[in-house]
Design a protein around this ligand. Structure first.
Ligand code: NDP
Length: 449
C-alpha cells in the first residue's frame, strides 16, 4: 500500500488535498483487495486513482465597469464505471486541480454508496462570486459554460452546485447550455423548481446528513433529541442541517463563515434560522450580522494564523462541520474530544484531517465520514435526473421518503461491511470498502480500456 501512496505523490506532485483523500481510501480498502485477488491483478486501486479525463480551460469575462477578468475553469471526469460523471461545480478563489481531484475522487465512492447509476466527477473555477453583482455572476457563468458545454451532457456528465454555486449560478449555467445546444435536457441538477429541478434538492445534503447521524445514534440506542450541537458554515449544507436538527429536538449553538463564527447559547431556533436563511441566501450577508440582530449571541472573528479554530472548543454533544475541507485539524479534534463530543458528522467534504479522524474514532465517539453522510445531495440529484428523464415531478413526501431510504441504506451497508471485514463500528472503513467493492466490480466487468 505504501508504494501506491508513494507513486501517487510522485505522479501528482504538490496536490496535498488529493493525496490526503486518496490515502484515506488506500489505507482502508486492503481487506477487500485481499478477499478479491482480481482487484489486485487488474490494478483497480491504481486505475481508480487516475482521472479518466481532466479538462482545464480559460474563462474570460467583463465586470460591470468593463474591466476584463481571466479565470481558470476545470472539470475532472474521474470515473464512469457506474454511470455518467456526476458531481458539483465549486466557485471559490482556492479552487485548483488538487482540490478538484480530491473532490472528484471522493465523489466516485460517495455516488457508489447511493446505489444510483452515477459515476464521479467535479469541477469549478477560481472565480469568487462574493461581492459580485448578479450581472457579473451571469457574465462569468455564460463564459464558463461556453467552454464546459462541449464536455457535458445528460448522459455524459451532469454537474451540480457546490461552494459558491447555488440556484442562481445553476440558472445562468443552464440558460447558456440550453441556448448553445438548443435542447432542454437534465444536463445540470439543482435547477429551479419550475424548470426541471427536484423538490428538496437544496435541503437534501443537510437533511441527509442528519438522517445519517440519526441512524447512527439509533443504532447505538440513543437519539438526537436534547443534544447540543456545533455546526460550522452557513451555506446550503449547514442551514438545512440546522433545520433538521431543530425538527428532531436538538439545539444548535453555532454557525460560521470564512470570517468567523457566532455562538448562541440559547440555540438557533426556527425564527432565528429563518432570519439566517434570508441573510445568507437572499441578502448574501455575513454571519456577524446575526450577533448584531440577536444580542444574546456573540460573534468571534477567526484568526487563521492560529493553530486551531476556537469554534471547535465550544462544549457540545455533537459536531457537524459543514463549511469546507480540513476545517478540523488534529488540535481541533482533540479539543472536541476533551469536551466530551459523542458524535461527529461530516457535512462538508473531507472537513477532518486524517489525524483528526483517528483521534475522534479512538475516543469512542461516533464518526460519520462525508462520503457516506453527505451523500443525500447527490442522491437527490440522481432523483432529479430520473424525474427529468421521465418528464415528471415527484412530490415532496416521495422525495423525502427516498432520501431517508438512501441514507438508511448507506448507513446499514457501511456498518455491515465494516463488521464483515473485522472493523465493527468503523464507518470510515465500512463506507470506503463498500463503495470500492462496487466500483471495482464494475471496472472488472468492463475490462481494461
Ligand atoms: P455554500 O457555498 O452554500 O456554503 C459554504 C459555507 O462554508 C459558507 O458559510 C462559507 O463561508 C464557508 N466556507 C467556505 N470556504 C471556507 C473556508 N475556506 N473557510 C471557512 N469557511 C468557509 O456551500 P455548500 O454548503 O454547498 O457546501 C459546503 C460543503 O459541503 C463543501 O465542502 C461542499 O463540497 C460540501 N457538499 C455540498 C453539497 C451540496 O449539495 N451543496 C453536497 C455534498 C457536499 P463564506 O460565505 O465566508 O465563504
Amino acid at each position: 500500500m505504501s508504494d501506491i501512496i508513494e507513486k501517487l505523490i510522485q505522479k501528482n506532485p504538490g496536490e496535498s488535498e488529493f493525496h490526503q483523500a486518496a490515502e484515506e481510501v488506500i489505507k482502508t480498502v486492503q481487506p477487500v483487495i485481499d478477499a478479491n485477488p482480481k482487484y489486485h491483478e487488474e490494478r483497480i486501486l491504481e486505475r481508480v486513482l487516475e482521472p479518466e479525463r481532466l479538462i482545464s480551460f480559460k474563462v474570460e469575462w467583463t465586470d460591470d465597469r468593463g474591466r476584463v477578468h481571466i479565470n481558470k475553469g476545470f472539470r475532472v471526469e474521474m470515473n464512469s464505471a457506474l454511470g455518467p460523471y456526476k458531481g458539483g461545480l465549486r466557485f471559490h478563489p482556492s479552487v485548483n486541480q488538487s482540490i478538484l481531484k480530491f473532490l472528484g475522487f471522493e465523489q466516485v465512492f460517495k455516488n457508489a454508496l447511493t446505489t444510483l447509476p452515477l459515476g464521479g466527477g467535479k469541477g469549478g473555477s477560481d472565480f469568487d462570486p462574493k461581492g459580485r453583482s448578479d450581472r457579473e455572476v451571469m457574465s462569468f457563468c455564460q463564459a464558463f459554460m461556453s467552454e464546459l458545454f462541449r464536455h457535458i451532457g445528460a448522459f455524459t456528465d451532469v454537474p451540480a452546485g457546490d461552494i459558491g454555486v447555488g440556484g442562481r449560478e445553476i440558472g445562468y449555467l443552464f440558460g447558456t447550455y440550453k441556448k448553445i445546444k438548443n435542447e432542454f435536457t437534465g444536463v445540470l441538477t439543482g435547477k429551479g423548481l419550475g424548470w426541471g429541478g427536484s423538490v428538496l434538492r437544496p435541503e437534501a445534503t443537510g437533511y441527509g446528513l442528519i438522517y445519517f447521524a440519526n441512524n447512527m445514534v439509533k443504532a447505538n440506542g440513543d437519539s438526537l433529541e436534547g443534544k447540543t450541537c456545533i455546526v460550522s458554515g452557513s451555506g446550503n449544507v449547514a442551514l438545512y442541517a440546522i433545520e433538521k436538527l431543530n425538527s428532531l429536538g436538538a439545539k444548535v449553538i453555532s454557525a460560521s463563515d470564512s470570517s468567523g463564527y457566532i455562538y448562541d447559547e440559547a440555540g438557533i431556533d426556527s425564527d432565528k434560522l429563518a432570519y439566517l436563511m434570508e441573510l445568507k441566501f437572499a441578502k448574501r450577508g455575513r454571519i456577524s450580522e446575526y450577533a448584531e440582530k440577536y444580542s444574546e449571541a456573540n460573534y468571534f472573528a477567526v484568526d487563521r494564523s492560529m493553530d486551531h479554530n476556537p469554534l471547535w472548543k465550544l462544549k457540545a454533544d455533537c459536531a457537524f462541520p459543514c463549511a469546507t475541507q480540513n476545517e478540523i485539524n488534529d488540535i481541533d479534534a482533540q479539543n472536541l474530544v476533551n469536551n466530551g463530543v459523542k458524535i461527529v458528522g461530516e457535512g462538508a467534504n473531507m472537513p477532518t484531517s486524517l489525524g483528526g479522524i483517528d483521534i475522534i474514532q479512538k475516543s469512542g465517539a461516533l464518526f460519520a465520514p462525508a462520503k457516506a453522510s453527505n451523500a443525500g445531495g447527490v442522491a437527490t440529484s440522481g432523483f432529479e435526473m430520473t424525474q427529468n428523464r421521465m418528464g415528471l415531478y415527484w412530490k415532496k413526501e416521495e422525495v423525502d421518503a427516498r432520501l431517508q431510504e438512501v441514507m438508511k441504506s448507506i448507513h446499514d451497508t457501511s456498518l455491515q461491511v465494516a463488521e464483515k471485514y473485522g472493523k465493527p463500528g468503523d464507518y470510515v472503513s465500512g463506507s470506503n470498502m463498500a463503495a470500492f467493492e462496487k466500483v471495482a466490480e464494475a471496472m472488472v466487468s468492463q475490462g481494461v480500456n
